[in-house]
Design a protein around this ligand. Structure first.
Ligand SMILES: NC(=O)c1ccc[n+]([C@@H]2O[C@H](COP(=O)([O-])OP(=O)(O)OC[C@H]3O[C@@H](n4cnc5c(N)ncnc54)[C@H](O)[C@@H]3O)[C@@H](O)[C@H]2O)c1
Length: 350
């Protein structure tokens, strides 16, 4: 079969993204992505936003996450399948596209699995830097799976977290996290229960995966001045906090309220429960932490704008993306039919 001319799209495989992040250093990458996310949230009004389009099944969800600022357009394809681990597959896998709005041509196609972990942790740390007490040093991480190292590293780099308390229902996950953190020189201690792990912590990150309305944190575990970074409750029927914790806080901080009301901890609350969008705290139109002793909750679900920021970052740091012949290259743009290699297979005249 002869090769047809094709338009090349810059392409980064999972392997290429992994090498890029390793060479730059994951903590540096997250600091750079956090800067981009902050800059993009500060120009919130420029974006055409929509809650992600989710296709649910009993086992999980497949989501499409589009957003555009009128010059660039991006979307991410991402799944969330908590039981995948049992069949040897990750819970979360993702890829995405950045495109040029003027021509509609893709400007980058790439794996976003590692990048999702980076951008989620960067967003969590950025929110905590604005909302948590400035003197936070100790964080509990409940759920020690694929995302957890990135969360710890981002909080270590961006907030100065120095000590981590760990808990997972599966001790093997905690052992894996402990060993990866040891390689990074970060102090971490395993605990026998969530209650024991969160005791005395300034920040609690919940990042478990279970498609159920779980109560990973219950009201008696909450201490004055805590900041909760609730990441694992991110689709309908999948939450991590007891609703009385939200009632105690009286409000939650969110990325994009229309999406978080469907997917976040907020889904447990009435439609008028206060949800403060993070951009409004950044630009000063809404208040952040009310008092030193207040409980603050970042109800993270993951919003398309964070992937847009991460894709723009990847585009800027990827020096040699591969070229993927993804689209037909036509000499005469209106002759799409002529692109078909039909010459040899047309029926011969009798
Ligand atoms: N908000 C966001 O932007 C965002 C982004 C990425 C992932 N997520 C969510 O974060 C969660 C974690 O993702 P992951 O890739 O690390 O998943 P993972 O499957 O690799 O790890 C999840 C861990 O949670 C543990 N766990 C389950 N129930 C628990 C419980 N009751 N107490 C303590 N630990 C428990 C599991 O044993 C597992 O080790 C998922 O729910 C995922 O959907 C959210």
């Amino acid at each position: 079969m002869s090769a047809l001319p094709s338009l090349s799209v810059p392409y980064l495989s999972a392997d290429a993204v992994a090498h890029l992040i390793a060479a730059r250093g994951p903590a540096t990458c997250m600091a750079e992505i956090a800067e981009r996310i902050e800059a993009d949230f500060r120009r919130w009004g420029e974006f055409d936003k929509t809650p992600r389009v989710a296709s649910h099944s009993p086992e999980g969800v497949i989501e499409l996450m589009p957003v555009s600022d009128g010059r660039h357009y991006s979307f991410k394809y991402v799944n969330g399948h908590p039981k995948n681990q049992r069949v040897g597959l990750p819970t979360v896998l993702a890829f995405g596209v950045l495109a040029d709005v003027a021509t509609g041509l893709p400007a980058l196609l790439c794996d976003l699995t590692l990048t999702t972990a980076l951008r989620t942790a960067a967003m969590s740390a950025l929110a905590a830097r604005v909302l948590a007490r400035p003197d936070c040093r100790r964080m509990a991480v409940i759920g020690n799976g694929a995302q957890s190292e990135f969360q710890v590293l981002a909080f270590h780099r961006l907030l100065g977290i120095r000590e981590c308390h760990l808990y997972d229902i599966d001790p093997a996950a905690t052992t894996k996290l402990m060993s990866n953190l040891a390689r990074l020189g970060i102090v971490a201690k395993p605990f026998e229960s969530t209650a024991a792990a969160v005791k005395g912590c300034d920040i609690v990150t919940t990042i478990t995966a279970d498609k159920t309305n779980a109560t990973i944190l219950t009201p008696e575990m909450i201490e004055p001045g805590m900041h909760l970074n609730a990441v694992g409750g991110d689709c309908p029927g999948k939450t991590e906090l007891h609703r009385d914790i939200l009632l105690r806080a009286g409000q939650v901080f969110v990325e994009y309220a229309p999406q978080t009301r469907i997917e976040g901890e907020l889904q447990q609350m009435p439609d008028d429960f206060p949800a403060i969008e993070f951009w409004s705290v950044l630009d000063g139109s809404a208040a952040g932490r009310p008092t030193v002793d207040a409980l603050t909750i970042f109800d993270s679900v993951g919003f398309a704008l964070e992937d847009f920021s991460a894709l723009r970052w990847l585009q800027s740091v990827a020096t040699q993306p591969a070229a993927l012949g993804l689209l037909p290259q036509l000499d005469e743009p209106r002759n799409l039919f002529g692109y078909l290699p039909l010459a040899d297979c047309l029926p011969k005249a009798a």
